[in-house]
Design a binder for this molecule. Structure first.
Ligand code: 3PG
Length: 399
């Protein structure tokens, strides 16, 4: 892969595809956590001598986090202490006119790439170059910097298209991730104790299956909403207590439990809310008016023992509703445990990165990544469209 230093970006128009997709408060629609903005600051800084176009997606169509990037511009500007302009457009006349008028040192943030239909579709690079998004913008750019490691598993036009038409290099985040993880990924003997939490259920189920099939999982320790799907699959708890009504996911979890029973560790006790307070219950004590919001202390102890025996540990997603202080315990205790083990520890996703910062434990983790699904796919050894695009571009432009 080429690096920023390999391209003569001075005075050139550079398109930076990053991932500043951030958690958004469903009520206020404000950014809840700026980890990804903070992280991309280094790449933006390294491109300060160019005319810079910054672009990212935000949320998914139909979800409450599918919002404009308007507030990302001032947030980034504050972190970088640089002026960042925003256009409420992606490749229309407003965006193109503004791009044409950029001066060296200017930074322009485009609107949510997924506001264009094309960016919601997976496509091959040969088709991506024909998309309006890529063909219209590419006319006005000299180089492309790909730094959206956390979206590297999506073959979307902005991820795979520009690199076909213009020389492309890796941004700082992609370089850091690949440097830390390439050796681990390429060593097929590496097996992980995977601690899986969070709420992206269908994605997570696919990832668990892929990790197991790739022979990468020693044990999968579950929590969060994905843990609730598996608890529902065991039929040992009232379905209402899990807050899961997605039968397809429950059936997938059932078949995974049947096929690989020795791979999974599930909660034995959980935390529910009673009069606004955390109350721990064993699974058999749960009734249909309870709602599971965290793993309980016995489960934390059981998972901690497994952590003591592991050489490589991978954790993705919070293990409970960590936004509420009553239900942070599972997430904070397990992260604290991980910071004290000799195992090689990898944490995945913006939420865990934010909690580690709050606990001041980031330095005690082998690798902290803000990537979620993309990182899991990378660990399975699967090829990632963004990395392929960078490798192809390097082949083309270094010969
Ligand atoms: C992420 O948060 O995992 C990335 O931004 C990718 O988002 P997606 O899962 O909606 O494609």
């Amino acid at each position: 892969m080429l690096s920023i230093q390999d391209l003569d970006i001075k005075g050139k128009t550079v398109f930076l595809r990053c991932d500043i997709n951030s958690p958004i408060d469903p009520d206020s629609l404000k950014i809840l956590d700026d980890s990804r903005l903070l992280e991309v600051a280094e790449t933006i800084d390294a491109l300060k001598d160019s005319k810079l176009i910054v672009a990212s997606h935000q949320g998914r169509l139909g979800k409450s986090d599918y919002v404009s990037m308007e507030q990302h511009a001032p947030a980034l500007s504050k972190l970088l202490n640089r002026k960042i302009d925003f256009v409420p457009d992606v490749f229309g006349p407003t965006a193109i006119d503004t791009i044409k008028n950029l001066e060296t040192g200017d930074i322009l943030l485009l609107d949510n790439l997924r506001f264009t239909a094309e960016e919601n579709a997976e496509m091959l690079p040969k088709d991506a170059i024909k998309s309006h998004l890529v063909s219209k913008l590419a006319e006005h750019i000299d180089y492309c910097v790909l730094d959206a490691f956390s979206t590297s598993h999506r073959s979307h036009p902005s991820i795979v298209g520009f690199a076909e038409l213009r020389p492309a290099c890796a941004g700082k985040i992609v370089e850091r991730e690949v440097k830390a993880l390439k050796g681990i990924v390429e060593d097929s003997n590496t097996k992980f104790t995977a601690i899986l939490g969070g709420a992206k259920i269908p994605d997570r189920l696919k990832s668990i299956q892929k990790l197991i099939e790739a022979g990468r999982i020693e044990k999968a320790l579950l929590g969060g909403l994905i843990g609730n799907v598996f608890l529902a699959a065991t039929e040992k708890v009232p379905l209402e207590a899990t807050s899961i009504d997605d039968e397809k996911s429950i059936n997938t979890a059932k078949s995974l439990l049947e096929k690989y029973p020795e791979k999974f560790m599930l909660a034995d006790d959980v935390a529910v809310e009673v009069d606004g307070k955390r109350t721990e219950k064993s699974l058999s004590e749960l009734n249909s008016s309870d709602r599971i919001f965290d793993i309980g202390q016995k489960t934390i102890n059981k998972y901690s023992q497994q952590i003591d025996n592991a050489e490589n540990i991978f954790i993705t997603g919070p293990l409970g509703m960590f936004e509420n202080s009553e239900f942070r315990l599972g997430t904070t205790e397990i992260l604290t445990k991980l910071s004290n083990t000799n195992a090689r520890t990898i944490t995945s996703g913006g939420h865990l990165s934010a909690v580690l910062s709050q606990l001041d434990l980031k330095d005690k983790i082998y690798h902290v990544s803000t990537a979620g699904g993309a990182l899991i796919r990378y660990l399975t050894g699967e090829e990632l469209p963004l990395l392929n695009a960078l490798n192809n571009s390097a082949d083309k432009h270094t010969k």
